[in-house]
Design a binder for this molecule. Structure first.
Ligand code: PFF
Length: 447
């Protein structure tokens, strides 16, 4: 069977950055920063992204490209003993399940983004009742819009690597950059924006050593780079052999942290602009309103307060969110789809629709039991599964994957890699430091 492949370096970088840049960057990161001391969080996030997340990303990209297969087959094929093969199978299946469950909750939130995107349109045409329905929490709305969002995701993935993932990433990601830049410029010109910028960029160093901040920043970095669940592994398996992996991995990490940083420049100033317009931005306990209320109450109140311009700005903001969500969700769906196509021989189109339907059923169950299940699924997948699977991937790359195979894999894209800094540091780093540091940070969260 012919496997798909990205046709160019830019195609891969946009697709992998598309996976990385998502709701985690534009919602999760600014919210976390707002709650955890602004710049203190930013700084810790940048440190952890390059110190822990980048090496783990490289583990996935190298394993993926070397084995050119889905996560289960990939981890099994680099293992030589039968015990390691079993561990590979379990880790691979764990990753596929985690990616699928992340998509279950992600599609619900992404559906809200589409609904909030349509709300200004409804208002513009005088359809107030529809506008209200779109922004009020209801089962019908949640189910309808997650189904719509998942259908878009399925349509892209069923078209394959080059015609689906690459083509759409190349269209959507540049639009995302332009929209983000335009929104930042607009918001920074409003009254109150500078106060938000100060809150974001002047660090409160006393918060840097807070264990909770470190754990959150690590979780955020892993979620943001889509690590542990095989998305980067499978995208890596579609990279051309002559690409220089450490360089493309670094570019993806830079793009991802860059967009998170820029999203902070948009959202934090916007909060204070909203205050200037009379919106309450502090909760009862005196802390800045964060979490879902920030995106779904504070910002919409800000857009409302801006009159007709606000309709356009609000529309643009939620288009941005929707684009970010689609390019991430396609990478999640690709994980179980590639596995099914490669191991069961099902056609891509059939596998994509069937799995898409399964994800919809799962997200419907979560929607119907929202209070009991939503937070639970988020915690299990992002706070537990992602870091722990990340540790397993580092162990596979550091202890099980043959060193010479890794070197020859890297040499295909850079003949002189052996003399470079990456080869001096990464193999040891991924073997000892990465798993240990991830586990330590993870464990810290419990004490
Ligand atoms: N990186 C995405 C974000 O920041 O929103 C989320 C994500 C995508 C997580 C793909 C996991 C994944 F496999």
């Amino acid at each position: 069977m012919q496997r798909g492949q990205f046709s160019s370096r830019l195609g891969f970088i946009l697709a992998a950055s598309g996976s990385a840049v998502g709701l985690g960057n534009i919602w999760g990161f600014p919210t976390n920063a707002a709650e955890n001391g602004g710049a203190a969080f930013l700084l810790m996030y940048i440190i952890l992204a390059f110190l822990l997340a980048y090496p783990a990303l490289m583990a996935e990209l190298i394993i993926g490209r070397h084995t050119r297969s889905n996560m289960v087959t990939a981890l099994q094929s680099i293992a030589s003993s039968s015990r390691a093969k079993t561990a590979g199978k379990l880790t691979g299946l764990g990753g596929i399940l985690a990616a699928t469950f992340i998509l279950c909750f992600y599609s619900i939130i992404a559906g809200w983004m589409i609904a909030f995107m349509l709300e200004p349109v409804a208002h513009f045409f005088g359809m107030e009742a529809l506008g209200n329905w779109l922004t009020e929490f209801s089962l019908a709305r949640n189910l309808g819009f997650s189904a719509l969002f998942l259908s878009l995701t399925v349509l892209v993935i069923s078209a394959g690597v080059e015609q689906g993932i690459e083509k759409w990433s190349q269209r959507l990601m540049p639009s995302l950059f332009v929209l983000l830049a335009a929104l930042i410029v607009y918001v920074l010109l409003q009254d109150g924006a500078m106060q938000g910028l100060k809150h974001y960029l002047v660090p409160d160093f006393s918060q840097m050593a807070d264990p909770q901040l470190i754990v959150r920043a690590l979780g955020q970095a892993f979620f943001s780079l889509s690590l542990g669940v095989g998305t980067m592994l499978i995208y890596g398996s579609y990279i051309r052999s002559d690409e220089n992996l450490p360089v493309v991995g670094a570019l993806v990490t830079l793009t991802d942290t860059g967009v998170a940083f820029l999203a902070g420049m948009l959202v934090l100033p916007a909060i204070f602009v909203a205050q200037e317009l009379g919106v309450t931005i502090y909760g009862g306990d005196g802390s800045l309103i964060a979490g879902p209320d920030l995106i779904f109450q504070v910002l919409p109140a800000l857009f409302d307060g801006m009159g007709t311009t606000g309709l356009a700005v609000g529309f643009a903001f939620f288009v941005l969110m929707t684009i970010a969500a689609v390019t991430s969700s396609i990478s999640m769906l690709e994980v179980p789809v590639a596995y099914t196509v490669e191991t069961a021989g099902t056609s891509r189109i059939k596998a994509t629709w069937l799995i898409g339907l399964g994800v919809f059923v799962c997200s419907a169950v979560v929607s119907m039991n929202f209070d009991a299940l939503f937070g639970l699924v988020v915690t299990l997948t992002t706070e537990w599964a992602q870091p722990l699977l990340g540790v397993m991937l580092c162990i596979f790359a550091g202890w099980i994957f043959n060193r010479n195979s890794i070197l020859s894999e890297l040499k295909q894209g850079d003949a002189g890699v052996e003399q470079g800094l990456f080869w001096k540091v990464w193999p040891i780093y991924v073997k000892f430091f990465c798993p240990l540091l991830i586990l330590l940070t993870f464990a810290q969260g419990f004490f």
